[in-house]
Ligand binder design. Structure first.
Ligand SMILES: NC(=O)C1=CN([C@@H]2O[C@H](COP(=O)(O)OP(=O)(O)OC[C@H]3O[C@@H](n4cnc5c(N)ncnc54)[C@H](O)[C@@H]3O)[C@@H](O)[C@H]2O)C=CC1
Ligand SMILES: CC(C)[C@@H](O)CC[C@@H](C)[C@H]1CC[C@H]2[C@@H]3[C@H](O)CC4=CC(=O)CC[C@]4(C)[C@H]3CC[C@]12C
Length: 369
């Protein structure tokens, strides 16, 4: 819990605080932010685990609300010094409509910005995404790129489009005068593929492997690298950037930062096997077992099945044209901008991140070997 020696005077609000990343941000704030007086957790779906947080020195306020509802956002933001906005629809599987994705990710972010302006909150950190940059619709690789690497960020899918629009709104809001006349200070963090305790997609891969007799079948060449970052380090970066934004507004305001750590560069599937292998799964094939044209056909078939079955049930498999294209395009970052601007260093080593994730998969799935 936060050190009571320092004046606890700040009110933080975390939107999406009950999500995969949000929960880690909430717990990291309680452990690492000494100036925290009140922590507000705003989410459409509140988790039962919040109750256990209410026994410490920091006031924890759970707020059930919808970022698409401006009045609910304004009520939650009023009186907060810092807002960390992680709430969003992370849907690349066709579970929700493009309109809903836009409503939550773009309009919801607009509502957060306006709430800060109207109520006088001065510091806003937005959880953006690598997808704001790429991979783009041309499948061009982004190899060991950084925040300044030239790259044609062109998207069609509703999710990256919504993240790009929302990030732009946040960065453009930097410097706007809030209630009281002082400037709003904003920045955006761009995580690559987040992994760690609570990662639903990792759980889905594990269940898929169990259904296939402990095997997963390689679909992506091992040479296609995908950047990944441990959720604990992403949470730590959020806490640190929110703190330092208050003291380095001129340098950090309006900036974007990739989230990174020492996780190795591997293909998406090989990286997942770092955790699923110790849990008893095996990745079959040193190269994709099916030709790419057949994978494309199966991905398209999944889209057709999703459309046909929608009146009956939600069919949303991992394989669709978008996820196949993403997985098949190298996207890795190599940067130290966060270290240079606000002294970020990963809190968890690769070994710690790997061990924690393996323990989570084993514990959650009862797969201890
Ligand atoms: N999972 C990943 O690999 C990456 C995620 N991100 C970003 O990180 C953020 C969090 O993502 P995850 O934790 O993975 O997703 P998640 O789905 O686990 O968490 C999102 C949270 O937002 C809440 N939420 C959704 N709609 C809401 C609404 N209308 N009003 C209030 N709350 C709402 C959900 O209830 C959930 O608790 C998102 O903004 C996402 O775009 C960025 C890069 C990678
Ligand atoms: C079925 C196979 C082709 C399999 O390999 C598909 C993997 C696929 C589900 C993932 C590959 C790349 C992932 C995305 C990437 O990590 C970037 C992301 C950033 C975000 O902001 C949200 C999640 C995601 C879109 C992530 C989703 C899962 C993948 C597409």
């Amino acid at each position: 819990m936060a050190d009571s020696a320092q004046a606890q005077k700040l009110v933080y609000l975390v939107t999406g605080g009950c999500g995969f990343l949000g929960e880690h941000v909430v717990r990291m704030l309680l452990q690492q932010e000494p100036q925290l007086r009140e922590l507000r957790i705003f989410d459409l779906h509140l988790g039962p685990w919040l109750e256990e947080l209410k026994t410490g020195p920091v006031q924890v306020t759970a707020i059930q609300g919808d970022v698409t509802q401006a009045h609910e956002v304004a009520a939650a933001v009023a009186g907060a010094h810092v807002v960390i906005h992680t709430a969003g629809l992370v849907d690349v599987f066709g579970k929700t409509s493009p309109e809903t994705i836009h409503e939550v990710n773009v309009q919801g972010t607009r509502n957060v910005i306006e709430a800060c302006v109207q109520t006088g909150t001065r510091f806003l950190v937005y959880t953006s995404s690598m997808e704001v940059v790429g991979p783009n619709i041309k499948g061009q690789p982004f190899y060991r790129g950084n925040e300044n690497t030239p790259y044609e960020a062109v998207h069609r899918h509703p999710y990256p489009c919504s993240k790009a629009l929302a990030e732009q709104l946040v960065l453009e809001a930097n410097g706007r005068k809030v209630l009281g006349g002082l400037p709003l200070v904003t920045c955006a963090l761009r995580p690559t593929g987040i992994y760690g305790e609570g990662h639903q997609i990792m759980r889905d891969f594990y269940h898929q492997g169990l259904r296939l007799g402990g095997r997963l079948f390689r679909a992506i060449p091992a040479s296609v690298e995908h950047g990944r970052v441990y959720v604990g380090n992403v949470a730590w970066m959020h806490v640190l950037v929110a703190r330092e934004l208050q003291h380095r507004a001129a340098l950090m305001g309006g900036q974007v930062y990739f989230c990174y750590d020492n996780s190795p560069y591997k293909s998406y599937e090989d990286f997942n096997m770092e955790f699923l292998g110790p849990c008893g799964l095996r990745l079959v094939g040193t190269r994709p077992l099916l030709p790419y044209w057949l994978l494309l056909f199966l991905a398209a078939l999944n889209v057709l099945l999703q459309w046909l079955l929608r009146p009956l049930l939600l069919y949303a498999p991992l394989l669709n044209p978008y996820t196949l294209a993403m997985a098949n395009t190298t996207f890795t970052v190599s940067t130290d901008k966060a270290r240079r601007h606000f002294g970020y260093e990963p809190l968890f080593s690769w070994e710690e991140s790997r061990t924690r994730t393996i323990r989570w998969v084993q514990a959650v799935e009862g797969s201890a070997q």
